[in-house]
Design a protein around this ligand. Structure first.
Ligand SMILES: *Cc1c(COP(=O)(O)O)cnc(C)c1O
Length: 392
């Protein structure tokens, strides 16, 4: 599907995207760029991927009619249950897709970077499944903050490399992963976890997450009026939107993390406050100072705590095809507690941002809304229970 909303032959979405990479990385990116479409289309690849998505991930994930939530808002609200995927979020859809691409390219070693650890866990899971070596770069500071995910990755057999340079967080881990890839161009594939990075990553990751909206189309009886998803890099959102991009009757809503509020500096709302610049080798919108220093973002949810956004979203924002908005930490916490009590579903704090947007809408009985529930909240219990105790 080539349209004004998707990537062109040069790897751009309008003025965003591209591959702004060091010369040393050209062979790696070139190999991927020339082969990814053909690989993904091949019947043997699709057969293996579809089988795994069904039997290993548990797809299709249900499209659940949330009756009590619907009654409360006096409209019809469905939850797309990505929280029921193996490993607890949509990230496994991409990790499995990419590891099968790596196998077709005869790669024997996988590297990844991770911040919150969710992408690291999905990648380590896929590697264990395939019996392939897995090296995950992680900032030392993040390793302390996300200790349970470090333990998971170790159990799954991955090697975790602590990164002690710079601020010891995601940005530095990314630099180390790129350095590794430059040094190991023939045997290694680098699995990026969202629709970010140099072309062809944003498009490739989008292809693997588009399964979400493909399933929605088969599952929903009447056309949705709105589809709502939270946005970190933007992979669960583009997955939920993809097959509706050309259907202008459907309002698409992307919810960024406002953190403490977009009027403060403690925020991760990139499209609300960002400007054009290059981050992780692609042209997009980023949170930066006047002289181009990347601003350290803030969100209560680690998965949305990113100073950039996928180039396709920057483009869809410019074309006004998707409405982008933001939700604060407190609003997301409230929504997480609310959904838990209303439906018996504890959402990831990331997904709670999408739920929280219901409060901001002027809902009508004829509205038929789908919220992409990107992940489950088990990983956030510590933060969530702190709030509960606070309320007591
Ligand atoms: C990582 C993550 C996100 C944010 O990443 P996207 O690429 O924007 O989807 C959202 N929800 C959950 C549960 C995550 O783990």
């Amino acid at each position: 599907m080539i349209s004004k909303y998707t990537v062109n032959e040069q790897g751009f979405y309008g003025e965003y995207g591209g591959a702004f990479i060091p010369e040393m990385l050209h062979p790696n990116i070139e190999e991927l760029k020339t082969s990814y479409k053909k690989i993904i289309k091949s019947p043997s690849f699709q057969e293996e991927l579809q089988q795994l998505l069904q039997d290993y991930v548990g797809r299709p994930t249900p499209l659940y009619l949330a009756k009590r939530l619907s009654a409360h808002y006096q409209s019809t609200i469905y939850l797309k249950r990505e929280d029921l995927c193996h490993t607890g979020a949509h990230k496994i859809n991409n990790a499995l897709g990419q590891i099968l691409v790596a196998k077709k390219l005869n790669k024997t070693r996988i590297i990844a970077e991770t911040g919150a650890g969710q992408h690291g866990v999905a990648t380590a899971t896929a590697c264990a499944l395939m019996g392939i070596e897995c090296v995950v770069y992680m900032g030392e500071k993040d390793m302390h903050r996300q200790a349970p995910n470090v333990a998971r990755m170790k159990m799954l057999g991955a090697t975790i490399v602590p990164v002690v340079s710079g601020s010891k967080t995601l940005k530095d881990a990314t630099n180390e992963a790129i350095r590794d890839w430059i040094n190991n161009p023939t045997d290694t594939h680098y699995i990026i976890g969202s629709v970010v990075g140099p072309h062809p990553y944003p498009d490739m990751v989008c292809q693997f997450q588009a399964i979400i909206s493909k399933e929605i189309k088969n599952q929903i009886k009447t056309e949705p009026t709105h589809i709502i998803a939270c946005i970190g890099g933007g992979s669960n959102a583009i997955g939920a939107f993809y097959h509706y991009l050309k259907n202008e009757n459907v309002q698409l809503i992307g919810v960024e993390a406002a953190g403490l509020g977009i009027e403060t500096h403690e925020t991760a709302a990139t499209l609300a406050l960002g400007s054009k610049g290059v981050l992780h080798a692609c042209m997009t919108k980023i949170l930066q100072t006047q002289d181009g220093q990347v601003i350290e973002p803030h969100s209560i949810s680690a998965g949305l705590d990113y100073p950039g956004i996928g180039p396709q979203h920057a483009h869809l924002h410019q074309l006004e095809r998707v409405h982008y908005t933001s939700i604060t930490d407190q609003e997301a916490l409230n929504a997480a507690l609310f959904l838990s009590k209303m439906e018996g579903i504890i959402p990831a704090l990331e997904s709670a941002h999408a739920i929280a947007y219901l409060e901001k809408m002027n809902l009508k009985p004829t509205d038929n809304i789908i919220i992409n529930l990107s992940g489950r909240g088990d990983k956030d219990l510590e933060v969530l229970t702190k709030t509960l105790n606070h309320d007591d």
